[in-house]
Design a protein around this ligand. Structure first.
Ligand SMILES: NC(=O)c1ccc[n+]([C@@H]2O[C@H](COP(=O)([O-])OP(=O)(O)OC[C@H]3O[C@@H](n4cnc5c(N)ncnc54)[C@H](OP(=O)(O)O)[C@@H]3O)[C@@H](O)[C@H]2O)c1
Length: 239
């Protein structure tokens, strides 16, 4: 990390990869502001963390709340957008397009709103890092909708990296990572997916939130990397 103490916002920092990123960057000595919708979940997640960490609960789908948050916060150095979506997966013939629209509403639009709302107070020389998904580029049947949502964010990365310079813009594309994102599936189905992934992935295991946090920390800290989407997927994109 090049600049010593930085003020870093992690939207979606109360769980999974966002929380692991908050923990890692706080341990490195930076000031972290983490968000999530559920105040109790946020407080429970941040409570045990060491370092300069605080939380603010609001729904990032709400542009007015996003704008007010950044205005109150004042100048800051780096934005990490780790908000989860979820809907929009499934075979294309039967795909519920209403669910796909909700998937865009829950992930694509808040990522875009967050990046735009942050710009007035994001310091030049700072960075934006999105969490997308390797589904954007692995041509996995049944994931056209998820590929579209995450691919739409990834398509903006190189353009924004040029347009917003000297702010750097990057993304991390995770593969299958063991986070509460999978809880909706039920324990047995989730264990089966993780087992199958561990058997086929070159890395021999599914991801941990800390794996992705390290990739995010690299992009936040490396002043010579911009316009890049880093795959952090155990080799899933190679299969
Ligand atoms: N886990 C995987 O295998 C995987 C794979 C590929 C890509 N991804 C992507 O990686 C990102 C992070 O996933 P994760 O697995 O770490 O998810 P997670 O454990 O479900 O955490 C998501 C975080 O986002 C917050 N959040 C969600 N919607 C929000 C909103 N509208 N406003 C404010 N906060 C919101 C959640 O808190 P609240 O619920 O309290 O709001 C939570 O802190 C997501 O975009 C996901 O699609 C995940």
């Amino acid at each position: 990390m090049r600049d010593g103490h930085r003020k870093i916002v992690v939207l979606g920092g109360s769980s999974g990869m966002g929380l692991a990123t908050v923990r890692l960057l706080a341990e490195a000595g930076h000031a972290l502001i983490a968000t999530g919708r559920d105040p109790a979940r946020l407080a429970a997640a941040l409570g045990p963390l060491a370092g300069d960490v605080r939380g603010e609960a609001f729904d990032a789908v709400d542009r007015t709340r996003l704008g007010a948050f950044f205005q109150r916060l004042g100048a800051f150095d780096d934005l990490v957008v780790a908000l989860s979506g979820g809907e929009g997966g499934g075979p294309f013939r039967q795909l519920d397009l209403g669910a796909l629209e909700r998937g865009f509403a829950a992930k694509f639009w808040p990522h875009v709103h967050a990046a735009q709302a942050a710009l007035p107070t994001l310091r030049p020389g700072g960075s934006i890092t999105f969490l997308t998904s390797i589904s954007a580029r692995i041509a996995n049947p049944g994931t056209a909708g998820l590929a579209a949502i995450n691919g739409a964010i990834e398509a903006m990365v190189p353009v924004l990296a040029r347009e917003l310079a000297p702010i750097r813009v990057n993304a991390v594309a995770p593969g299958v990572v063991d986070t509460p994102w999978w809880n909706a599936m039920g324990a047995e189905a989730r264990a089966a997916v993780f087992r199958q992934q561990a058997e086929t992935l070159p890395a021999g295991r599914v991801g941990r939130p800390e794996d992705v946090a390290e990739a995010v920390a690299f992009l936040v800290g490396n002043g010579f990397t911009t316009g890049t989407v880093v795959a952090c997927d155990g080799g899933l994109h190679l299969l």
